[in-house]
Every structure is written in C-alpha cells, then in structure tokens.
Design a protein around this ligand. Structure first.
Ligand code: ADP
Ligand code: MG
Length: 262
C-alpha cells in the first residue's frame, strides 16, 4: 500500500520585481509504500526541500495533490515527522525539554513526556545529557536529539532533509548505521533526501532521482543490497559499486543540465 503519494505536484514560487514565477516542481509523482525507506537525490536547487515541504503540509502546491494512506491532505500533518536541514533545537531549553517539545505541543502530560523523552534519549545515546543545553552538544548529538524529538510523537512517516550533511564523515557513518538500525527494528516509513549518492544507496530500498529544476522524478532504482545492512559491510561490495556507477551516470547528466541552466 502507498502510505504517501505526490500526484502531479507543481510548485511555482512568486518572485519580486515583476519577474516571472519560478517553477520549482513540475508535475512530480512520487509514492512511498508503508515500511519503505526511500532516498531522494538530485542536483542542488532541483526542488528536493520543496517536495518535502509539500509532503509535510507546510507548502500548498500550485497544482496536484498529496495523499497520506489514500486520503487527500491539506495543511500540516501531525503524523508526518519532519527533520529539516536546519538545526532546530531551542537554545534556551534543556535537551530533555527539547526532546519533549513535540509531545508538549500535542498536550501530552508532563510526567509522561519526561518519561518518554528520557527513554528515547537513552536509546539515541544521549543518556546523561538531559539537563545540558544544545550549545553543549556536538553536531551529531544535536541531530540525535532532533530525531528523538520527532520519534517521541510516533509519526507514521519520517521525512528527513539532508540531516547529516554538515557532520564529519565518521559521525555521519555512525548516524547512518543508527538510522538503519532504527528503521530495521521499528519498520517505520522513511523518505530521506540527500545530495550524497553513496549515503542514498547505503540506506535505501529505492533511490529516486530528480531532474534538474524544475524537479520531477526521472528514474527510480531498487536497491537490492542485503539487509540488515551496516555501512562498512555494504560500501565496498561489488553490487554497491555497480549500483553507484549506474545511478551516478544518470545523476551526472542531471548535474550537467543544472549547471547549464545557471
Ligand atoms: P533543493 O532542496 O533541491 O536544493 P529547493 O527545493 O530548496 O532545492 O529549491 C528549489 C528551487 O526553488 C530553487 O531554485 C530555490 O531557489 C527556489 N525556492 C525555494 N524556496 C523558495 C521560496 N520560498 N521562494 C522563491 N523561490 C524558492
Ligand atoms: Mg534542500
């Protein structure tokens, strides 16, 4: 069953100074099945974040529709957990209170949200930092806290926008393994945006390639690497390298087109 669908979604942004509107997405179709981990790649500026904003209900498309579990949706969806590119922890709140924030907004009673937040922090390797402040955490720990905050409200779908891009390679690899373990143990549904093809192949069941702007899906690639996966086990396997070469050739063509239009 398709849990999430974009049907013929077009997004135009109005620009200032009488310029013609900017066409960011052009009739984009995308579906994510329940329990699937889909990674979306494409050139910078092709509309990846725009597509996620539409899916999260934060942006109404100019044309087309979004469906969650078959139902058309409008407005922000509480059942979609969105981890955006920005670091969104509130600096004046302790880490525990940051992790509890989404529950607080839903009216979960205090004792219960503290208990859930503590348990999730422990699971995400953040035990002992409950009373620290975001500035006292490393970049990787902040990302873990942001993920814990979203998981606390048990979303039906998790969408992540280049969550590990600013982190160093080793931290990124550890977090990729954590996402794999989390996904394998919970059977959750994840749509993951990254500009890093290696990361996309490592994580996904299916890689979706977007065209240069205006974005639409050019091609999809099933990733038949064995599960459970660990980054170091798959990264150098012949099948991985084969998949990377195939997708890279198509991605490169889109990158060239994107550069040509700058
Ligand atoms: P990506 O995430 O793939 O790098 P985005 O979805 O952020 O790309 O942006 C797609 C295109 O839409 C870009 O050309 C960007 O400049 C433009 N864009 C994004 N948001 C806005 C906005 N609010 N107003 C005008 N243009 C925007
Ligand atoms: Mg983006």
């Amino acid at each position: 069953m398709n849990l999430l669908e974009l049907n013929q979604v077009t997004v135009e942004f109005a620009l200032r100074n009488g310029q013609p509107p900017l066409l960011a997405l052009d009739g984009m179709d995308l579906s994510v099945r329940k329990g699937e981990l889909v990674a979306m790649v494409g050139p910078s500026g092709c509309g990846k974040s725009t597509a996620l904003n539409v899916l999260a209900g934060q942006l109404t498309p100019t044309k087309g529709e979004v469906r969650l579990a078959g139902e058309p949706v409008r407005g922000v969806l509480p059942s979609v957990g969105y981890i955006s590119q920005a670091d969104t922890l509130l600096p004046w709140r302790s880490v525990l209170d940051n992790v509890a924030l989404a529950m607080e907004l839903r009216g979960v009673p205090k004792a219960q949200r503290r208990e859930t937040a503590r348990a999730l922090m422990e699971k995400m390797g953040l035990a002992g930092f409950e009373h620290s402040y975001p500035r006292e955490l490393s970049g990787g720990m902040k990302k873990r806290a942001a993920i814990a905050r979203v998981l606390a409200v048990d979303p039906q779908v998790l969408i992540m926008d280049e969550p590990f891009a600013p982190l160093d390679a080793l931290t990124r690899q550890r977090l990729q393994d954590e996402i794999l373990a989390l996904w394998e143990s919970t059977g959750s549904t994840i749509l993951y945006v990254t500009h890093d093809l290696t990361e996309a192949i490592t994580l996904a069941d299916r890689v979706v390639l977007l065209s240069a702007r205006p974005g639409r899906v050019v091609k999809e690639y099933p990733i038949d690497l064995p599960r459970p996966r660990r980054v170091m086990d798959v990264k150098f396997s012949p099948r991985f390298i084969e998949l990377e070469q195939t997708i890279w050739a198509d991605l490169h063509a889109q990158l060239c087109q994107a550069e040509g239009s700058l």
